[in-house]
Design a protein around this ligand. Structure first.
Ligand code: PFF
Ligand code: NA
Length: 452
């Protein structure tokens, strides 16, 4: 059977590595990881999250990249082709559909958080964050969100930038953007970490992140850690699979996966190490929720030498990290419309953009006009986050590994992964017995916790 010829390929060997690291490293590391670690009480959560990365995240990422490259297309088409090559059931394409939907739903609230980062870069510059207490900064954050035009304006700006990059294509849009944004991001990170290490006390933050307290292991925390492992590595949401479909044959999938996962984990831990000392030094509660970094960090920057400059640098870095993730969330949808329906990338991006703006509008209004609309105790913004991370992505992950580990003939994945026999055996063991079983256990545990 003749294999599908790739329509798009990364221009350079670094294309995939930069784009996938750009997708992985984002608000999940700098915004979400610190605040949910705070909510679930520190060390035990961090340990569960790291275990999920190793036992589930890495095998799933390898699987997704291999399926993407084998099927050469957006999630639905790539899975469809791989299954067809295997002579299997076309219903598996639904897994691709769910992933694509999850990526899209994530983007609908992600643009709001990215909008916060863009707005705070600006606020840092114009002096609106020159406050001396956490309470005042909390007020600034609330006032920003209470104004739908302000909140919406920044979010729409992020959405338009994202759509514009993606509309320009894989090489001329995405690859060109990550080729300068990722080195810039790394440089900013190095400067900021150096700065933090010389001006902060790390002990309190370190203890909070790494002190293990077994009583903090609960069904809910486990589900949160699992969901976060998927979220932070951009798994089961179309991004990695679609980017994987642009990798030239012959590039090592395992090596790339480890590189991306290690970078992502390091950035999250560094962000935690930088943020928690500040939180404790200022008597804030680590469980302050989604506003955590926006209320605590500006205060710390005010108190440090050259704080304004470094504050601008920090929020600019978060903004760029968010943008390189946002583009990956919509690429699957744009590639799908483009390949499947022959709609140009520009028109596909415009079409996806209209739907994106309509749905993300509800996420923006969750903080003001629709703040009172909270079915089952969550507003629309929280629902998008909760439903994608806790349910859609882990469920998509199970299907992905079951497809690769059980439904497909062995040669397909073996051929695509190109691993030495021991490496392949380890991957197969993980996707057959470890990852799906662990996800099921966490699901059942969490259901028990939901029901009883
Ligand atoms: N991995 C990104 C982050 O940690 O911020 C979030 C993300 C990107 C999730 C792309 C899903 C996705 F498809
Ligand atoms: Na991440």
């Amino acid at each position: 059977m003749t294999r599908e010829k790739p329509k798009n390929l990364w221009l350079s060997r670094w294309g995939f590595i930069l784009a996938a690291t750009g997708s992985a490293v984002g608000l999940g590391n700098i915004w979400k990881f610190p605040y949910i670690t705070g909510e679930y009480g520190g060390g035990a959560f961090v340990l569960m999250y790291l275990a999920c990365i190793l036992a589930i995240g890495i095998p799933v990422m390898m699987t997704e990249i291999a399926i993407g490259r084998r099927g050469r297309g957006s999630p639905i088409d790539a899975i469809g082709r791989v299954v067809r090559e295997n002579g299997g059931n076309p219903l598996w394409k639904a897994v691709g559909g769910m992933a694509m939907l999850a990526g899209f739903m994530i983007l609908c609230f992600y643009v709001v958080v990215a909008g916060w980062a863009f707005a705070y870069t600006w606020k840092m510059l114009d002096g609106s964050l020159a406050a001396t207490s956490v309470e005042t900064l909390g007020g600034v954050f609330e006032a920003h969100n209470a104004n739908p035009w302000q909140l919406g304006g920044w979010s729409v700006l992020v959405a338009l930038l994202t759509l514009w990059i993606v509309a320009r294509g894989v090489q001329k849009g995405i690859e060109k953007a990550v080729r300068w944004m990722m080195p810039g991001l790394a440089l900013m990170l190095i400067v900021l970490v150096g700065y933090a290490f010389t001006s902060g006390s790390f002990q309190a933050g370190f203890d909070f992140l790494f002190h293990f307290d077994a009583s903090k292991i609960t069904g809910e925390a486990l589900l949160a850690a699992l969901g976060h492992a998927f979220f932070t590595l951009s798994l089961a949401s179309g991004a990695i699979l679609t980017y994987g479909s642009y990798i030239p044959d012959g590039q090592s999938i395992a090596r790339t996966t480890f590189l991306v996962a290690i970078c992502d984990t390091c950035v999250a831990l560094l962000a935690g190490l930088a943020i928690f000392p500040i939180i404790f030094a200022n008597g804030m509660s680590p469980g302050a929720g989604p506003g955590l970094i926006f209320m605590s960090l500006p205060l710390a920057f005010q108190q440090m030498p050259f704080g304004t400059a470094f504050g601008v640098l920090f929020f600019a870095m978060v903004s760029i990290a968010a943008l390189t993730s946002a583009i990956s969330m919509i690429e699957a949808s744009v590639a799908y419309l483009n390949e499947k329906h022959g709609i140009s990338r520009l028109k596909s991006a415009a079409l996806a953009g209209v739907v994106l703006l309509l749905i993300s509008l509800l996420a923006m209004l969750s903080f003001n006009l629709l703040a009172g609309w909270t079915p089952l105790g969550k507003n629309f913004f929280d629902w998008l986050d909760y439903f994608t991370s806790r349910w859609m992505m882990p469920l998509g992950g199970i299907f992905m590994v079951v497809l690769a580990g059980y439904a497909l003939r062995g040669e397909i994945m073996r051929d695509e992964l190109g691993l030495p026999p021991a490496g392949y055996a380890l991957w197969l063991f993980m996707v057959r017995y470890v990852s799906p079983v662990l996800i099921m256990v966490v699901f059942l545990h969490a259901l028990g916790w939901l029901l009883f």
